[in-house]
Design a protein around this ligand. Structure first.
Ligand code: SF4
Length: 103
């Protein structure tokens, strides 16, 4: 993941900020913003930037607000599934002794 903002220099939406922040119920507006993202050479770092900062508004990396939230939830589920039972227990039920429970 890029930590800087150098990728923004190549943003296809430069100068189109008004288009990139449609109302969440404005399907046509979201589609218009996504069409710009579809030809953007920095869509991936843009999406990573938005996910890392929990950007609440606008279309970033070709993902609407709702889509980013679903994507974020999927990433959380996958990260959780990758954890061992012991790690999950420590995370969600720290009061339970894994030595007793996970034999
Ligand atoms: S992916 Fe979309 S929002 Fe991100 S920089 Fe490119 S055009 Fe802008």
């Amino acid at each position: 993941m890029l930590s800087g903002t150098e990728w923004m220099d190549d943003a296809a939406c430069a100068g189109h900020a008004g288009i990139m922040f449609p109302h969440p119920s404005d399907g046509a507006g979201i589609a218009e913003a996504k069409a710009i993202c579809a030809v953007c050479p920095v869509a991936r770092p843009c999406l990573e930037w938005a996910l890392a900062r929990h950007e609440q508004h606008g279309v970033w990396g070709g993902y609407s607000e709702d889509e980013r939230e679903r994507y974020r939830r999927r990433l959380r589920r996958e990260a959780l599934a990758a954890r061992s039972g012991r790690e999950q227990l420590a995370l969600f039920a720290p009061e339970i002794d894994p030595e007793v429970t996970l034999r």
